[in-house]
Every structure is written in C-alpha cells, then in structure tokens.
Design a protein around this ligand. Structure first.
Ligand code: X8Z
Ligand code: ZN
Length: 619
C-alpha cells in the first residue's frame, strides 16, 4: 500500500517515497503553530500543552501529507527527471517534519497523559520507518536516494534476444515458459537492473540507522520491529513461533513441487536433494507458484477452476475486474467507491510514459479521494491483486474519521490482509453467482484437493518469502550483513527459509534484493507474512459469523451484510487501539496464529504427506 503519512509502524513515513513540501509560507505557518504549542522547552510541560501540541501536529501532518501524496502520485504515474526532483523535495520535507515532531514529542516523556494522548505521542516518537537524522543535509540526501532507488526500479529494462524487456514482459515469460535456458536468461536479465542500486542502498542504510539511533533505537530494524504494540523482541519471537507452526506444511509443498519439477525437467535441472532453482517456479522471485500449478496437479482428482481461462473467455478487461471486486465489497454492505476513484485511478499500463507498475492503493486526502494504480493484466493473479488493492481502499475509507494519528491499519499486516481475506471468498459457487462460471462446471468434492493445491501454490508457497525479506533487511540494518555480504546473505536466507537457489553463480556485483520492488521501493515486508496468516483468521471468523458449516475453502461471504458490518467495525477502528483489540473485535482472539491457515489446508497437508512418504524431503 502506498501511503504517506500513516502506517501501523509510524506516523510519518517516506516509505512511499513521495514526499514533498507544502508551499513555504504555509509550512512556516504550521511550524509556528507547533512552536507555539511547545513554547519553552525547559519548563515542565503541562497536559494542556501536550493537547495543543498534538492538535497542531495533526494539522501539519494532514497538510503536508496531502501535498506529498499528490506529488508522489504524479511521480509514480509519470516518472521524469522533474517529478523525481519534486518527489525528493517533498520527501525531504516529510522527513524533516517527522524528525522534528518526534523530537518535540519527547518533551512530554515524563508527563502523565490519558491513554489516548499517550498513544498518539508514542506514534509520533517512532518517527518514520526511514528516519532522517537531524544533521543538516541528511534529510535531503535520504530523500534523493529513496526517490532514485524507486525510479530506477520502476524504469528498469534489459535486452533479451534483440528485444528490450520491462518487468511485466519478463514476468510473462517466467510465468509461461518451460525452457530452462530461457527462464534462466530472463531471470538473470531482470537482475541486471539492480547492481546499480547497491551503493545508494548502502548509503541509505547508514543514514536511516543514524536517524533511528537519534530516536533511541539500536538500528532501523529495531525501529521497524517496535511497531507492533509489543516489545520488539517479543515480536520477533511471535514471527518465529508462527513460522514454526506453518513450516511443516511448507516443507511438504516444497517436496511435492520439487518432485513435480524433477519429473518435468529431469535430475540435471532439478536434483532431488537440493534447493529448487528459483527461476522455475513461475514467478520472478519464486514467491508464489500458482503459475506452475500443473506440475503438482493432484492425479485422479477432478480439475479445479482455471480463473485466468474464465476471465479471458468471458472477455473481462481491467475495468471489469475492478468493478467485480468492488461489487464484492458493496454486496457486504460497504458503500460503492466514489466516482473519482474511477476517474483518477490508473488501471492499465500506459504505453507512452514511464510509471511505477507495482500495484498500490492510495489515499490522497485522508477522506474520499482513494485510488489504485496498477498495470492490470487479465489473469488470475491480477484478479486477486485487484481485490487486495481495493481492500486497502475500503480500509482507508472506513477509518477516515479517525484522527490522523490513527489512520492506518491495526498493524501493517492487517492492512495487507483485508482484500486478501475477501479474495479467499472467490469460490466456484461465487463465480457462478457473478456469471464467470457455468453452474454445470462447478467442481464437486472430488476436486477439493485440486482447489486446495492451487490455493496453496500461492498462499503457502509465499510464507517463507514473506518472512525472509525483512530477516535480510534486519541483518543489513544491524550490520550482520555488510554491503560486501548483501547478496550472499540474501541467498543464505533464500536457502534457509524457502529452499531455493539461484540458477547460476551470482557475480560479485550482483544485488538481487534490489530486483524485488519493496527493497528499492522502501516498503517493509514482514507485513505480508503477517497478512498471509491473518487473512485465514479473518476468513474463518467471517465464515463462523455467517454460520457456514462446510470446509473453509468452500466458504464465501459474498452478499453477507452481517459479516460486512462486523468487518467494518474492525476496519473503522484503524489504528486507534492496540491491534489485539481489533483482532478480538472480529475474530474473538487476541493472537496472530497459524491454526486457521493450517485448518484450511489440513486435507491437502494429509494428501501431501501421503504423496511424499517415499520421497526424501528437505534440502
Ligand atoms: O506488494 C504487494 C501488493 C501491494 S501492497 C501488490 N504484495 C506483495 C508483493 O507483491 O510482493 C502483495 C503480496 C505480496
Ligand atoms: Zn498491499
């Protein structure tokens, strides 16, 4: 999700790179307001002063936030030297504001405050995920680096067989080719875009570590981990615990997929006792494997549903995909999207200019000006992504009446899980209701394994990737991985968690993390691991609330207004309460936990264990 000024982790974030600056005169005015609220830094502050400080800070954040969002939107829709310049400029202002407010908030440290004010103050004190140190010039340098990284990724291209390929074209080849030589060449080709980012990345790490240290954190990783309403070390223990719950399921899937690929490509390309080559999994990063579902299609099981084929047969286009996803939300009682959403969103890739194609959802004015930006293709993956993005937008609109401090997800994993939870309700029975599937083609119970396998190839395959990306960043921030070890460290974790390996020896200057959007795009990633756990908890709670009694993968809450209302109650809370309160409101539990995803896939896990019983699993 792209958002400037609110996140579960911090109030002012550059993570979406746009930042800019309100017109100078206005900026000065608001600065004076904050100054006025904290007049004498030596005197013991009063609660009244704290109240005034928070009020003035909210005005500053809202004002600069909207300006920054508009600049960032223009840059992401039209990458040029000038829009990069503008974005760096506003990024600097956002960084300066964030650092200043964090420092000013410290003044109220010793003061007893009502819980609500303390929560707002603590949010401010966390600064941003990419904090600039106070020294002169640091915010500017940081903002310029962040803009450069993001734009380099957005405009990345490479030559292949006499053609120039962008990421979308390269991804299509990875999704459909079964020529290992071609796959390797395209996989490597995309990774020629990122070595040029490495110097900037190392410089950025130094700057934000310095900023984090000034805010009182050991490093930027410690700052990121502190954004979950719990002790940062406890958060790490929680993610490890949850990974421990789901790892046996992943290991079974890995084993079956390796065996399927081995059958297809032979021992030379896919040895049975090694990690899997990362270019063979149908996705540029090997993060979700739905595109190679055929290699593990359960034998003898009835076929599931090929959503890509259905969308194409029924001549869906990007707009129809978005309208269909919107209709899911409105069927549950949410208001339709505003007209401006359709007027202002970008939903197909323009041919005549450079845009950041990575899908995102925007909240421009913290009210109703919500939009998405994605280079939609008509396929199952993007059908699901459209639901994902609208989930962000409906969440943003649900919490729009919260104070700006609370306009964010209960935690950042919640924000990523909303649309995904809705997409879990895309069952064959639902597809019949919207006319995509003929009633006669609804697969029976004998297709359950096929349906679960197809879903697991996306959702289960993703789990270790969701975990390892920020494991890598945390080690980079802590200095465990020096710039010289960046790439080696990346592959160490790819091996450890995913059981994947590069298709060939990586060169000394390779910077493979930079070939994944969220590294140059400056977006934390643990949120997606959490979301892949949470969305199943939400789905189960929704199905329970609907009184559904069948297996979870056959449950759809389409049209269920009772569930919609309960869901909305959680969404409206935004970030106003610690996330366990929000989770409890909807699911009745206060813990993020892997038991729901395990329950969902239980029949598949049993099947995989049986299939794998004579295989040697692991790597
Ligand atoms: O980045 C995204 C969304 C935008 S928030 C499209 N996702 C992650 C990714 O693409 O790597 C969704 C799933 C994981
Ligand atoms: Zn998202």
């Amino acid at each position: 999700m792209k958002h400037l000024l609110s996140s579960a982790v911090s109030l002012l974030t550059l993570s979406f790179v746009a930042c800019q600056q309100a017109p100078e005169s206005h900026s000065e005015n608001v600065s004076k307001m904050v100054e006025a609220a904290t007049p004498d830094t030596s005197a013991a502050p009063t609660q009244q002063e704290a109240k005034e400080f928070l009020e003035a800070a909210a005005v500053e954040i809202e004002t600069l936030g909207e300006y920054a969002a508009r600049v960032a939107w223009v840059k992401a829709n039209f990458i040029t030297q000038d829009t990069n310049w503008l974005e760096s400029k506003v990024g600097e202002d956002v960084a300066l504001l964030s650092t200043r407010l964090a420092n000013q908030a410290k003044r109220f440290n010793g003061l007893q405050l009502p819980e609500d004010m303390r929560r707002k103050m603590d949010g401010l004190k966390r600064g941003s995920n990419f904090p600039a140190p106070e020294r002169k010039g640091a915010a500017k340098e940081l903002a310029e680096i962040m803009t450069r990284l993001d734009s380099r990724y957005g405009t990345g291209k490479f030559d292949y067989n006499g053609d120039t390929l962008n990421l979308g074209q390269a991804s299509d080849i990875i999704a459909t080719s079964d020529d290992p030589e071609e796959l390797r060449a395209v996989w490597e080709g995309w990774r020629t875009v990122s070595p040029a980012m490495k110097g900037d990345y190392a410089d950025m790490v130094k700057i934000i570590n310095e900023g984090a240290s000034e805010l009182g954190y050991a490093d930027a990783g410690a700052l990121w981990r502190s954004g979950y309403d719990m002790d940062a070390d406890d958060f790490v223990a929680e993610t490890d615990r949850i990974w421990g719950q789901v790892k046996p399921l992943y290991d079974q899937l890995h084993c079956a997929v390796r065996a399927g690929l081995n059958e297809k490509y032979g021992d030379e390309v896919v040895p049975l006792d090694e990690p899997i080559r990362a270019d063979l999994l149908g996705n540029m990063w090997g993060q979700s494997w739905g595109n190679i579902y055929d290699v593990v299609k359960p034998e003898g099981a009835a076929p599931g549903v090929d959503t890509t084929k259905l969308l194409k047969e029924k001549e869906y286009d990007a707009l129809k995909m978005v309208k269909t996803a919107e209709k899911f939300f409105t069927s549950m009682g949410f208001d339709p999207l505003p007209e401006t959403f359709y007027e202002r969103s970008l939903i197909t890739k323009p041919e005549d200019r450079e845009v950041v194609c990575h899908a995102s959802a925007w909240n421009i004015d913290s009210k109703d000006d919500i939009r998405i930006k994605m280079c939609t293709k008509v396929n199952a993956e993007d059908f699901s992504t459209v639901h994902h993005e609208l989930g962000h937008n409906f969440y943003q609109r649900a919490y729009k009446n919260q104070p700006v401090f609370y306009q964010g997800g209960a935690n950042d994993g919640f924000h990523e899980a909303i649309g995904d939870m809705i997409a879990l309700s895309i069952t064959p029975e639902y597809l019949v209701k919207i006319g995509l599937l003929d009633k006669a083609d609804v697969p029976g119970e004998d297709a359950d394994l096929a349906l679960l396998m197809r879903q697991a190839m996306d959702k289960v395959a993703f789990l270790p990737f969701g975990l390892m990306v920020d494991q890598w960043r945390w080690k980079v921030f802590s200095g465990d991985y020096t710039p010289a070890q960046y790439n080696e460290g990346w592959w160490e974790l790819r091996d450890k968690y995913q059981g994947l390996k590069a298709p060939s020896e990586r060169s000394a200057d390779a910077f493979d993390p930079g070939a994944k959007y969220h590294i140059p795009g400056n977006t934390p990633y643990m949120r997606y691991f959490l979301a892949h756990i949470l969305q199943f908890q939400f789905h189960k709670a929704a199905c329970d609330a609907a009184g559904f009694e069948g297996p979870l993968h056959r449950c759809s809450v389409y049209g269920n207004k009772v569930v919609g209302e309960k869901f909305n109650d959680m969404l409206e809370m935004g970030q106003s309460k610690p996330w366990p309160d929000a989770l409890e409101a909807f699911t009745g539990t206060r813990e993020m936990d892997g038991s729901a995803i395990l329950e969902y896939f239980a029949p598949l896990q049993a099947y995989l264990e049986e299939q794998n019983k004579d295989r040697t699993c692991g790597w």
